[in-house]
Ligand binder design. Structure first.
Ligand SMILES: [Zn+2]
Length: 169
């Protein structure tokens, strides 16, 4: 099932609507720009409800496969991007500011809103800043091509090297 894009989130919350389905890759132009290629449709489960404070909410789980540049060898690496969100539907910034910290908000100033744009925002937030092939999976290890001097600086720039150092203590 394809997910609807233009929805009335408050009405759906009253109806406790649940959507499980997908969004075609070509409906996600901003996410497409952030990666090398989208390799699967977006799989989504989106649930609308009225929360304990009697406010309309939308909760979702998302998953999509995309190719991004490996930061070690610069060749494409396929990653799965998963996101989970729980948002309270509010009319404006002022209302959003009043929400307890645990919940994020989705500002919907009109009656209707674009669900697909919301899902795309959540995917962009969930996209890792850097990705790597699994150990040994790189097309060519750039470190082997560099002189020893530069290899050392490469090692210290590697965030995993910092983690490894921390683990020793
Ligand atoms: Zn690689």
């Amino acid at each position: 099932m394809a997910l609807p894009s233009i929805i009335d989130p408050r009405k759906l919350a009253q109806q406790q609507a649940l959507y499980e389905g997908n969004v075609a890759a070509d409906s996600l132009p901003r996410f497409a720009e952030a990666v090398l290629a989208i390799e699967s449709p977006l799989q989504a489960r989106v649930e609308f409800e009225i929360n304990q404070s009697r406010k309309p909410c939308v909760n979702g789980q998302l998953s999509i496969t995309a190719a991004v540049p490996c930061q070690r060898c610069l060749e494409p690496v396929t990653i799965e991007v998963g996101a989970e969100f729980a948002l309270e539907v509010v009319w404006n910034e002022e209302q959003a500011a009043k929400i307890v910290k645990r919940t994020d908000s989705w500002i919907v100033a009109e009656r209707q809103a674009n669900l697909v744009e919301l899902l795309e925002d959540e995917l962009l937030l969930a996209l890792p800043v850097v990705s790597y092939h699994a150990e040994g999976g790189c097309a060519a290890d750039l470190r082997e091509l560099l002189p020893a001097e530069q290899q050392q600086s490469t090692a210290s720039d590697n965030p995993f090297a910092v983690l490894a150092a921390l683990k020793k203590h």
